[in-house]
Design a protein around this ligand. Sequence first.
Ligand code: SF4
Length: 427
Amino acid sequence: MTESFPPPPAGGCSATPVLKQRGQHEVFCGLTGIVWLHRKMQDAFFLVVGSRTCAHLLQSAAGVMIFAEPRFATAILEETDLAGLKDAQEELDRVVHDLLARRPDIRQLFLVGSCPSEVIKLDLAKSAERLSAAHAPHVRVLSYSGSGIETTFTEGEDACLAAMVPELPATTERELVLVGALPDVVEAQALDLLERIGVGPVRVLPAPRADSGLGIGPNTVFALTQPFLGDTLGALERRGARHIPAPIPVGEEGTTLWLKAVAAEFGIGPDVVDRVTEAPRARARRAVRQAAEVLSGRSLFLFPDSQLEIPLARFLTRECGMHAVEVGTPFLHRQILGPDLELLAPGPTLSEGQDVDLQLARLREARPDLTVCGLGLANPLEAEGLTTKWAIELVFTPVHFYEQAGDLAGLFSRPLRRRDALKVGAA
Ligand code: SF4
């Protein structure tokens, strides 16, 4: 089988010095994760303890009326709460009791902290403990922070999953757990591939329901499908589970290496993976090749946003022929990203954290062909003649595993095609 990517560079970017920056940063907060998490956990409810700003963020990010109470809502902290004139704990207890009385289908309730609840030092962990005791065993109440002070947008998922892990039942079963919220169709593809390779039994975190039988113990092994799950990884290890290091399964190469690492853990050789995946690999390669016609030879600058930046840079450079100038990430978790870093050829600046003005200065000097950044930066940069891609689309679009590799490449080739077409039109 011919590979569409070059041989791995010796050591890759593993030893590349990282430019660490702490300054003003431009990213969404962790509340955003509720938009995709509530779809994965069918009996869960997310109650944001926040302000009207938080309610507006969720409303516009999710595109639904939050007051219709699908599976999340905001308990609004009024000015009297913020000024400490009312007992916010009592108010919260009342809101939760009313909600649970009205919605007996809720089995897991997440109290989600925000900037305002943090500022007034509302202890949501204590509230969750108290409310859990009051509503056990029917409802489990947990808490985590999605505040913009503490979290960037994908960290909300990490905080949520990490909060769930200590509460999961203990097991001695030898099971694989796929960790990370994937769209249902992508999760089904992953489970099908693993089954055909012969890996099993397999469970997923987050599980679709509280009573789905997911347990954690010393014989649990787990593989991450997202790179931003550092706290969840730590929580699973504290329960005795073992992490399988692998590149993140995006693109043909990442997916294949991820499957091979998981298969090896179950004593299955790479030849079996090659045989089972031959057809989807060929489809992925064909789909990526189309987008790569536009991407090949073009330069790339990734701002820190979703924490997917290093796996994406690996995919875009190795499978699409792009040339990375800078790869920024909010956090560089080496235990998770080590295998991706090893595949990334030395050359780009690796930066962790952000000082947005300094980074913009580097960008303007480099003038890359494509800039991947947050919504707030994209429009002004477009006005300066730079071509941009919104990073947030990467977490709302199915991008993992073979069948999505072409769509993933297409997300980056489309803005370049549009820019090329505009240039031709203007000529
Ligand atoms: Fe804004 Fe903070 Fe609420 Fe997020 S948590 S919407 S950053 S106020």
